[in-house]
Write a protein of this length. Structure first.
Length: 488
Protein backbone atom coordinates (compact mmCIF):
# COMPACT_ATOMS: atom_id res chain seq x y z
CA UNK A 1 0.00 0.00 0.00
CA UNK A 2 1.60 3.37 -1.00
CA UNK A 3 2.40 5.72 1.89
CA UNK A 4 1.84 9.49 1.59
CA UNK A 5 4.82 11.71 2.17
CA UNK A 6 4.47 14.04 5.15
CA UNK A 7 5.63 17.68 5.40
CA UNK A 8 9.00 17.79 7.07
CA UNK A 9 8.86 18.65 10.79
CA UNK A 10 11.50 21.36 10.30
CA UNK A 11 9.19 23.38 8.02
CA UNK A 12 6.26 23.08 10.38
CA UNK A 13 8.44 24.21 13.26
CA UNK A 14 9.70 27.15 11.19
CA UNK A 15 6.16 28.31 10.42
CA UNK A 16 5.07 27.97 14.05
CA UNK A 17 8.15 29.83 15.24
CA UNK A 18 7.52 32.67 12.76
CA UNK A 19 3.89 33.04 13.84
CA UNK A 20 4.76 33.00 17.56
CA UNK A 21 7.66 35.42 17.06
CA UNK A 22 5.57 37.93 15.10
CA UNK A 23 2.74 37.68 17.64
CA UNK A 24 5.16 38.46 20.46
CA UNK A 25 6.50 41.49 18.60
CA UNK A 26 3.00 42.85 17.94
CA UNK A 27 1.90 42.31 21.53
CA UNK A 28 5.05 43.96 22.86
CA UNK A 29 4.57 46.91 20.51
CA UNK A 30 0.99 47.51 21.59
CA UNK A 31 1.96 47.02 25.21
CA UNK A 32 4.29 49.99 24.88
CA UNK A 33 1.56 52.32 23.58
CA UNK A 34 0.78 55.15 25.93
CA UNK A 35 -2.91 55.39 25.16
CA UNK A 36 -4.73 56.95 28.07
CA UNK A 37 -8.47 57.25 28.27
CA UNK A 38 -9.87 60.43 29.77
CA UNK A 39 -12.76 60.27 32.16
CA UNK A 40 -15.87 61.57 30.48
CA UNK A 41 -16.22 63.95 33.42
CA UNK A 42 -13.70 66.07 31.53
CA UNK A 43 -16.32 66.71 28.85
CA UNK A 44 -17.82 70.21 28.73
CA UNK A 45 -21.57 70.21 29.42
CA UNK A 46 -24.25 72.32 31.02
CA UNK A 47 -24.52 76.07 31.33
CA UNK A 48 -21.50 78.34 30.84
CA UNK A 49 -21.23 79.98 34.24
CA UNK A 50 -21.57 83.79 34.38
CA UNK A 51 -22.99 83.67 30.85
CA UNK A 52 -26.48 83.28 29.52
CA UNK A 53 -25.88 80.41 27.15
CA UNK A 54 -25.60 76.60 27.50
CA UNK A 55 -22.76 74.63 25.94
CA UNK A 56 -25.14 72.68 23.68
CA UNK A 57 -26.42 75.88 22.08
CA UNK A 58 -22.89 76.97 21.21
CA UNK A 59 -21.97 73.51 19.91
CA UNK A 60 -25.00 73.43 17.63
CA UNK A 61 -23.94 76.64 15.87
CA UNK A 62 -20.16 76.71 16.19
CA UNK A 63 -19.41 75.09 12.82
CA UNK A 64 -21.41 77.71 10.92
CA UNK A 65 -19.91 80.50 13.04
CA UNK A 66 -16.36 79.30 12.44
CA UNK A 67 -16.93 78.92 8.71
CA UNK A 68 -18.29 82.48 8.55
CA UNK A 69 -15.35 83.86 10.53
CA UNK A 70 -12.83 82.04 8.33
CA UNK A 71 -14.35 83.72 5.26
CA UNK A 72 -14.20 87.15 6.90
CA UNK A 73 -10.62 86.82 8.13
CA UNK A 74 -9.43 85.84 4.65
CA UNK A 75 -10.41 89.25 3.34
CA UNK A 76 -7.61 91.78 2.83
CA UNK A 77 -8.76 94.04 5.67
CA UNK A 78 -8.49 91.31 8.31
CA UNK A 79 -5.30 89.70 6.97
CA UNK A 80 -2.99 92.52 8.03
CA UNK A 81 -2.24 93.17 11.69
CA UNK A 82 0.02 95.89 13.01
CA UNK A 83 2.18 94.67 15.88
CA UNK A 84 5.49 95.44 17.56
CA UNK A 85 7.12 92.02 17.92
CA UNK A 86 10.57 93.47 18.65
CA UNK A 87 9.74 95.47 21.77
CA UNK A 88 11.91 94.46 24.72
CA UNK A 89 10.48 92.94 27.87
CA UNK A 90 10.05 95.70 30.50
CA UNK A 91 10.26 93.28 33.45
CA UNK A 92 13.29 91.06 32.77
CA UNK A 93 15.86 90.23 30.11
CA UNK A 94 14.05 87.69 27.96
CA UNK A 95 16.12 85.08 26.13
CA UNK A 96 15.05 84.19 22.61
CA UNK A 97 14.15 80.51 22.72
CA UNK A 98 12.80 78.27 20.00
CA UNK A 99 13.27 74.51 19.72
CA UNK A 100 11.79 74.33 16.22
CA UNK A 101 14.02 75.37 13.36
CA UNK A 102 11.85 74.03 10.55
CA UNK A 103 8.22 74.66 9.64
CA UNK A 104 8.61 78.38 10.25
CA UNK A 105 9.94 78.11 13.80
CA UNK A 106 9.51 81.19 15.97
CA UNK A 107 10.28 83.76 13.29
CA UNK A 108 7.77 86.02 11.53
CA UNK A 109 7.75 87.65 8.13
CA UNK A 110 6.88 91.36 7.99
CA UNK A 111 5.01 92.77 4.99
CA UNK A 112 6.81 94.49 2.15
CA UNK A 113 6.07 98.19 1.83
CA UNK A 114 4.09 97.77 -1.39
CA UNK A 115 1.91 95.06 0.16
CA UNK A 116 0.35 97.38 2.75
CA UNK A 117 -2.87 99.08 1.56
CA UNK A 118 -2.11 102.64 0.47
CA UNK A 119 -5.03 104.04 2.46
CA UNK A 120 -3.56 102.54 5.63
CA UNK A 121 -0.13 104.01 5.05
CA UNK A 122 -1.68 107.43 4.57
CA UNK A 123 -3.75 107.18 7.75
CA UNK A 124 -0.71 106.04 9.72
CA UNK A 125 1.23 109.19 8.92
CA UNK A 126 1.46 111.69 11.79
CA UNK A 127 -0.76 114.75 11.39
CA UNK A 128 0.52 118.25 11.98
CA UNK A 129 -2.24 119.71 14.14
CA UNK A 130 -0.86 123.22 13.70
CA UNK A 131 -1.97 123.18 10.05
CA UNK A 132 -5.55 122.29 10.82
CA UNK A 133 -6.65 121.59 14.41
CA UNK A 134 -9.76 119.77 13.13
CA UNK A 135 -7.60 117.02 11.60
CA UNK A 136 -6.24 115.74 14.90
CA UNK A 137 -6.79 112.02 15.19
CA UNK A 138 -8.76 110.60 18.06
CA UNK A 139 -6.71 108.78 20.67
CA UNK A 140 -7.69 106.78 23.74
CA UNK A 141 -7.69 108.62 26.99
CA UNK A 142 -5.23 107.01 29.38
CA UNK A 143 -8.05 106.07 31.75
CA UNK A 144 -9.97 104.26 28.93
CA UNK A 145 -7.08 102.16 27.62
CA UNK A 146 -7.10 98.41 28.33
CA UNK A 147 -3.70 97.81 26.67
CA UNK A 148 -0.49 99.80 27.01
CA UNK A 149 -0.27 102.89 24.81
CA UNK A 150 2.26 101.43 22.33
CA UNK A 151 0.29 98.23 21.73
CA UNK A 152 -1.02 99.33 18.30
CA UNK A 153 2.38 100.40 16.98
CA UNK A 154 4.87 98.35 14.99
CA UNK A 155 5.07 96.59 11.63
CA UNK A 156 2.33 95.07 9.50
CA UNK A 157 2.19 91.28 9.28
CA UNK A 158 0.20 89.15 6.88
CA UNK A 159 -1.60 86.74 9.22
CA UNK A 160 -2.08 84.20 6.42
CA UNK A 161 1.70 83.98 6.04
CA UNK A 162 2.23 83.99 9.80
CA UNK A 163 -0.36 81.53 11.15
CA UNK A 164 -0.51 80.08 14.63
CA UNK A 165 1.73 77.02 14.65
CA UNK A 166 3.72 74.76 16.92
CA UNK A 167 7.02 76.51 17.66
CA UNK A 168 8.34 74.46 20.57
CA UNK A 169 8.34 77.49 22.88
CA UNK A 170 8.08 75.59 26.16
CA UNK A 171 9.86 75.22 29.45
CA UNK A 172 10.91 77.78 32.00
CA UNK A 173 10.39 80.93 29.90
CA UNK A 174 6.88 79.92 28.80
CA UNK A 175 5.86 78.91 32.33
CA UNK A 176 7.29 82.15 33.64
CA UNK A 177 4.88 84.15 31.47
CA UNK A 178 1.78 82.33 32.71
CA UNK A 179 2.97 82.40 36.30
CA UNK A 180 3.37 86.16 36.19
CA UNK A 181 -0.03 86.61 34.57
CA UNK A 182 -1.82 84.57 37.23
CA UNK A 183 0.20 85.41 40.33
CA UNK A 184 0.60 89.14 39.82
CA UNK A 185 -2.45 90.07 37.81
CA UNK A 186 -5.20 87.68 38.76
CA UNK A 187 -7.54 87.58 41.71
CA UNK A 188 -7.90 84.56 43.96
CA UNK A 189 -11.12 83.08 42.69
CA UNK A 190 -13.15 80.94 45.10
CA UNK A 191 -10.49 81.17 47.78
CA UNK A 192 -10.90 80.15 51.41
CA UNK A 193 -12.24 83.60 52.13
CA UNK A 194 -15.22 82.93 49.90
CA UNK A 195 -16.18 83.35 46.25
CA UNK A 196 -14.94 86.46 44.46
CA UNK A 197 -17.23 89.08 43.01
CA UNK A 198 -18.72 88.80 39.54
CA UNK A 199 -16.20 91.20 37.96
CA UNK A 200 -13.22 89.29 39.35
CA UNK A 201 -14.63 85.99 38.10
CA UNK A 202 -15.10 87.46 34.62
CA UNK A 203 -11.51 88.68 34.63
CA UNK A 204 -10.17 85.31 35.75
CA UNK A 205 -12.25 83.35 33.22
CA UNK A 206 -11.04 85.52 30.36
CA UNK A 207 -7.42 84.82 31.31
CA UNK A 208 -8.12 81.12 31.84
CA UNK A 209 -9.87 80.93 28.46
CA UNK A 210 -6.88 82.61 26.83
CA UNK A 211 -4.50 80.12 28.47
CA UNK A 212 -6.68 77.11 27.59
CA UNK A 213 -6.98 78.18 23.94
CA UNK A 214 -3.19 78.20 23.64
CA UNK A 215 -2.99 74.72 25.22
CA UNK A 216 -5.66 73.47 22.83
CA UNK A 217 -3.72 74.76 19.84
CA UNK A 218 -0.65 72.87 21.08
CA UNK A 219 -2.66 69.66 21.63
CA UNK A 220 -4.28 69.86 18.20
CA UNK A 221 -0.96 70.54 16.44
CA UNK A 222 1.36 68.55 18.68
CA UNK A 223 4.82 67.83 17.33
CA UNK A 224 6.18 64.46 18.37
CA UNK A 225 9.69 65.03 19.79
CA UNK A 226 10.90 61.65 18.43
CA UNK A 227 9.35 61.37 14.97
CA UNK A 228 8.84 65.06 14.29
CA UNK A 229 5.32 64.47 12.95
CA UNK A 230 2.61 67.00 13.73
CA UNK A 231 -0.80 65.58 14.63
CA UNK A 232 -3.54 65.85 17.29
CA UNK A 233 -2.41 64.33 20.60
CA UNK A 234 -4.92 62.95 23.08
CA UNK A 235 -2.10 62.34 25.54
CA UNK A 236 -1.10 66.02 25.46
CA UNK A 237 -4.75 67.02 25.79
CA UNK A 238 -5.07 64.64 28.73
CA UNK A 239 -1.93 65.99 30.37
CA UNK A 240 -3.17 69.56 30.18
CA UNK A 241 -6.89 69.21 30.89
CA UNK A 242 -7.66 65.90 32.66
CA UNK A 243 -9.96 66.58 35.58
CA UNK A 244 -10.42 70.27 34.73
CA UNK A 245 -13.48 70.72 32.50
CA UNK A 246 -13.84 74.23 33.95
CA UNK A 247 -10.72 75.32 32.05
CA UNK A 248 -12.27 74.13 28.81
CA UNK A 249 -15.56 75.79 29.70
CA UNK A 250 -13.68 79.08 30.12
CA UNK A 251 -12.87 78.87 26.40
CA UNK A 252 -16.62 78.93 25.79
CA UNK A 253 -16.92 81.84 28.19
CA UNK A 254 -14.24 83.89 26.43
CA UNK A 255 -15.81 83.17 23.05
CA UNK A 256 -19.25 84.27 24.25
CA UNK A 257 -17.76 87.39 25.83
CA UNK A 258 -16.07 88.39 22.56
CA UNK A 259 -19.21 87.56 20.61
CA UNK A 260 -21.27 89.80 22.86
CA UNK A 261 -18.86 92.68 22.22
CA UNK A 262 -19.17 92.18 18.45
CA UNK A 263 -22.96 92.08 18.82
CA UNK A 264 -22.96 95.35 20.74
CA UNK A 265 -20.91 96.91 17.96
CA UNK A 266 -23.05 95.37 15.19
CA UNK A 267 -24.45 98.63 13.69
CA UNK A 268 -20.94 100.08 13.58
CA UNK A 269 -19.30 96.93 12.18
CA UNK A 270 -22.05 96.43 9.58
CA UNK A 271 -21.44 99.84 8.05
CA UNK A 272 -17.75 100.27 8.75
CA UNK A 273 -15.55 101.41 5.87
CA UNK A 274 -13.30 98.39 5.33
CA UNK A 275 -11.11 100.38 2.98
CA UNK A 276 -8.07 98.65 1.52
CA UNK A 277 -8.04 100.30 -1.89
CA UNK A 278 -9.80 97.39 -3.63
CA UNK A 279 -13.47 98.35 -3.90
CA UNK A 280 -14.74 94.86 -4.78
CA UNK A 281 -12.92 93.21 -1.88
CA UNK A 282 -14.01 95.95 0.54
CA UNK A 283 -17.66 95.52 -0.43
CA UNK A 284 -17.39 91.75 -0.01
CA UNK A 285 -15.82 92.23 3.42
CA UNK A 286 -18.73 94.37 4.56
CA UNK A 287 -21.26 91.88 3.17
CA UNK A 288 -19.59 88.91 4.90
CA UNK A 289 -19.42 90.83 8.17
CA UNK A 290 -23.15 91.47 7.96
CA UNK A 291 -23.77 87.77 7.34
CA UNK A 292 -21.66 86.83 10.35
CA UNK A 293 -23.48 89.31 12.61
CA UNK A 294 -26.81 87.79 11.58
CA UNK A 295 -26.06 84.37 13.07
CA UNK A 296 -28.72 83.19 15.55
CA UNK A 297 -26.34 83.27 18.51
CA UNK A 298 -25.90 87.02 17.99
CA UNK A 299 -29.64 87.60 17.73
CA UNK A 300 -31.05 85.47 20.53
CA UNK A 301 -33.57 86.94 22.94
CA UNK A 302 -31.04 86.37 25.73
CA UNK A 303 -27.57 87.93 25.28
CA UNK A 304 -24.58 85.62 25.39
CA UNK A 305 -23.17 87.77 28.18
CA UNK A 306 -24.99 90.33 30.32
CA UNK A 307 -22.58 93.23 30.74
CA UNK A 308 -25.19 95.29 32.60
CA UNK A 309 -24.48 93.18 35.70
CA UNK A 310 -20.89 94.38 35.89
CA UNK A 311 -19.91 97.11 38.36
CA UNK A 312 -23.47 97.56 39.63
CA UNK A 313 -23.49 95.80 43.00
CA UNK A 314 -20.00 96.55 44.29
CA UNK A 315 -19.80 99.56 46.63
CA UNK A 316 -16.39 100.41 45.12
CA UNK A 317 -17.32 99.83 41.47
CA UNK A 318 -15.26 102.72 40.11
CA UNK A 319 -12.13 101.70 41.98
CA UNK A 320 -12.59 98.05 41.00
CA UNK A 321 -12.93 99.00 37.31
CA UNK A 322 -9.69 100.97 37.44
CA UNK A 323 -7.97 98.07 39.17
CA UNK A 324 -9.12 95.57 36.54
CA UNK A 325 -8.06 97.90 33.73
CA UNK A 326 -4.61 98.42 35.26
CA UNK A 327 -4.14 94.65 35.67
CA UNK A 328 -5.09 93.91 32.08
CA UNK A 329 -2.87 96.70 30.81
CA UNK A 330 -0.03 95.13 32.76
CA UNK A 331 -0.78 91.78 31.10
CA UNK A 332 -0.52 93.43 27.68
CA UNK A 333 3.00 94.51 28.62
CA UNK A 334 3.90 91.00 29.77
CA UNK A 335 3.26 89.87 26.18
CA UNK A 336 6.47 91.68 25.22
CA UNK A 337 8.33 89.15 27.39
CA UNK A 338 7.30 86.20 25.20
CA UNK A 339 10.66 85.06 23.84
CA UNK A 340 9.27 83.80 20.54
CA UNK A 341 8.23 86.25 17.82
CA UNK A 342 5.50 84.05 16.34
CA UNK A 343 4.06 83.29 19.80
CA UNK A 344 4.23 86.97 20.72
CA UNK A 345 2.23 87.99 17.64
CA UNK A 346 -0.50 85.42 18.32
CA UNK A 347 -0.60 86.37 22.01
CA UNK A 348 -0.98 90.05 21.16
CA UNK A 349 -3.88 89.32 18.81
CA UNK A 350 -5.55 87.46 21.68
CA UNK A 351 -4.87 90.17 24.24
CA UNK A 352 -5.91 93.07 22.00
CA UNK A 353 -9.07 91.18 21.00
CA UNK A 354 -10.03 90.59 24.64
CA UNK A 355 -9.01 94.16 25.54
CA UNK A 356 -11.24 95.53 22.78
CA UNK A 357 -14.17 93.44 24.06
CA UNK A 358 -13.57 94.73 27.59
CA UNK A 359 -13.36 98.27 26.27
CA UNK A 360 -16.80 97.89 24.65
CA UNK A 361 -18.65 95.98 27.36
CA UNK A 362 -17.19 97.66 30.45
CA UNK A 363 -17.82 101.17 29.12
CA UNK A 364 -20.59 103.10 30.82
CA UNK A 365 -23.89 102.63 29.02
CA UNK A 366 -24.11 106.31 28.08
CA UNK A 367 -20.56 106.30 26.68
CA UNK A 368 -20.53 102.93 24.95
CA UNK A 369 -21.70 104.26 21.59
CA UNK A 370 -18.88 106.82 21.50
CA UNK A 371 -16.34 104.16 22.49
CA UNK A 372 -17.51 101.88 19.67
CA UNK A 373 -17.49 104.68 17.10
CA UNK A 374 -13.87 105.44 17.97
CA UNK A 375 -12.55 101.88 17.73
CA UNK A 376 -9.24 101.77 15.92
CA UNK A 377 -8.66 99.62 12.84
CA UNK A 378 -6.23 97.31 14.64
CA UNK A 379 -8.74 96.73 17.45
CA UNK A 380 -11.42 95.60 14.97
CA UNK A 381 -8.96 93.29 13.25
CA UNK A 382 -7.87 91.79 16.58
CA UNK A 383 -11.47 91.32 17.83
CA UNK A 384 -12.60 89.36 14.76
CA UNK A 385 -9.41 87.30 14.48
CA UNK A 386 -9.60 86.46 18.19
CA UNK A 387 -13.21 85.34 17.72
CA UNK A 388 -12.07 82.98 14.96
CA UNK A 389 -9.36 81.60 17.26
CA UNK A 390 -11.82 80.80 20.06
CA UNK A 391 -14.39 79.35 17.66
CA UNK A 392 -11.64 77.08 16.36
CA UNK A 393 -10.65 76.17 19.93
CA UNK A 394 -14.22 75.07 20.69
CA UNK A 395 -14.22 72.89 17.56
CA UNK A 396 -10.96 71.34 18.82
CA UNK A 397 -12.63 70.57 22.16
CA UNK A 398 -15.45 68.77 20.36
CA UNK A 399 -13.00 66.81 18.20
CA UNK A 400 -11.02 65.74 21.26
CA UNK A 401 -14.21 64.63 23.03
CA UNK A 402 -15.18 62.49 20.02
CA UNK A 403 -11.71 60.96 19.95
CA UNK A 404 -11.90 60.22 23.66
CA UNK A 405 -15.30 58.57 23.26
CA UNK A 406 -14.00 56.49 20.35
CA UNK A 407 -10.88 55.56 22.31
CA UNK A 408 -12.94 54.42 25.28
CA UNK A 409 -14.99 52.22 22.97
CA UNK A 410 -12.09 50.67 21.10
CA UNK A 411 -9.85 50.17 24.12
CA UNK A 412 -12.48 47.79 25.40
CA UNK A 413 -11.93 45.70 22.25
CA UNK A 414 -8.41 44.72 23.30
CA UNK A 415 -5.66 44.30 20.72
CA UNK A 416 -7.83 45.07 17.70
CA UNK A 417 -9.06 48.24 19.41
CA UNK A 418 -5.49 49.38 20.01
CA UNK A 419 -4.71 48.66 16.37
CA UNK A 420 -7.56 50.93 15.35
CA UNK A 421 -6.26 53.66 17.65
CA UNK A 422 -2.68 53.28 16.48
CA UNK A 423 -3.81 53.66 12.89
CA UNK A 424 -5.58 56.94 13.73
CA UNK A 425 -8.63 55.57 11.94
CA UNK A 426 -10.95 56.12 14.89
CA UNK A 427 -10.92 59.90 14.61
CA UNK A 428 -11.98 59.70 10.97
CA UNK A 429 -14.76 57.12 11.21
CA UNK A 430 -15.13 54.29 13.74
CA UNK A 431 -17.39 52.31 11.40
CA UNK A 432 -15.07 52.69 8.42
CA UNK A 433 -12.05 51.83 10.54
CA UNK A 434 -13.72 48.63 11.78
CA UNK A 435 -14.52 47.55 8.22
CA UNK A 436 -11.03 48.36 6.93
CA UNK A 437 -9.13 46.63 9.73
CA UNK A 438 -11.44 43.60 9.68
CA UNK A 439 -10.87 43.31 5.93
CA UNK A 440 -7.11 43.48 6.45
CA UNK A 441 -7.22 40.79 9.14
CA UNK A 442 -9.39 38.52 6.98
CA UNK A 443 -7.09 39.06 4.00
CA UNK A 444 -3.95 38.19 5.98
CA UNK A 445 -5.63 35.16 7.55
CA UNK A 446 -6.90 33.96 4.19
CA UNK A 447 -3.52 34.49 2.54
CA UNK A 448 -1.72 32.51 5.24
CA UNK A 449 -4.31 29.72 5.03
CA UNK A 450 -3.95 29.66 1.25
CA UNK A 451 -0.19 29.34 1.53
CA UNK A 452 -0.49 26.44 3.98
CA UNK A 453 -3.11 24.71 1.81
CA UNK A 454 -1.03 25.16 -1.33
CA UNK A 455 2.05 23.72 0.39
CA UNK A 456 0.01 20.73 1.64
CA UNK A 457 -1.29 20.08 -1.89
CA UNK A 458 2.18 20.28 -3.31
CA UNK A 459 3.46 17.90 -0.62
CA UNK A 460 0.59 15.48 -1.30
CA UNK A 461 1.23 15.58 -5.03
CA UNK A 462 4.93 15.02 -4.53
CA UNK A 463 4.25 12.13 -2.16
CA UNK A 464 1.79 10.54 -4.59
CA UNK A 465 4.26 10.67 -7.47
CA UNK A 466 6.98 9.10 -5.37
CA UNK A 467 4.58 6.34 -4.29
CA UNK A 468 3.62 5.60 -7.91
CA UNK A 469 7.22 5.44 -9.00
CA UNK A 470 8.06 3.11 -6.14
CA UNK A 471 5.19 0.80 -7.10
CA UNK A 472 6.39 0.65 -10.68
CA UNK A 473 9.92 0.00 -9.58
CA UNK A 474 8.65 -2.76 -7.29
CA UNK A 475 6.75 -4.47 -10.11
CA UNK A 476 9.77 -4.39 -12.37
CA UNK A 477 11.97 -5.84 -9.68
CA UNK A 478 9.46 -8.62 -8.94
CA UNK A 479 9.11 -9.47 -12.58
CA UNK A 480 12.87 -9.66 -12.96
CA UNK A 481 13.14 -11.93 -10.00
CA UNK A 482 10.52 -14.25 -11.48
CA UNK A 483 12.43 -14.43 -14.74
CA UNK A 484 15.65 -15.18 -13.02
CA UNK A 485 14.02 -17.93 -10.97
CA UNK A 486 12.57 -19.52 -14.10
CA UNK A 487 15.89 -19.63 -15.84
CA UNK A 488 17.44 -21.31 -12.91
Amino acid sequence: MPQRSKTTPSRVSLWLFAVVFLTCIVLAWFDQLDITCLDENTFVTGMVEDCCCPVDTVDSQIDAIYESLVKVTKRTFFKYFKVNYERDCPFWVAEYLCSMTDGGGCGVCACEEDEIPVAWKESDKPIDATLNPQLTKWQDNECDMWTHKNFNEGSYLNLELNPQRHTGFVGYEANRIWKMIYNENCFHVDSEEGPSCFEERVFYRLLSGFHASVSLAISENYRDPVTGTVAPSLNEFNRRFAGHPEWLKNVYFTFLFLLRAATQARPFLSEYDYATGVAEDDALTREQMKQFLEIPLCNGCIPTFNESEMFTTSPNAGELKQQLRAKFRNISEIMDCVACESCKVQAKINVLGIGTALKILVADADKRSAVIQNLQRNEIIALINALRKYAGAIITIRKMERRIAAESHYQSKGLLGKLLLKGNLVAASPILSTVVVTAIVLFVTGFVSYCFAKRRRQSSATGGNKGSNNNKAGKVTTSSKKKVHKVE
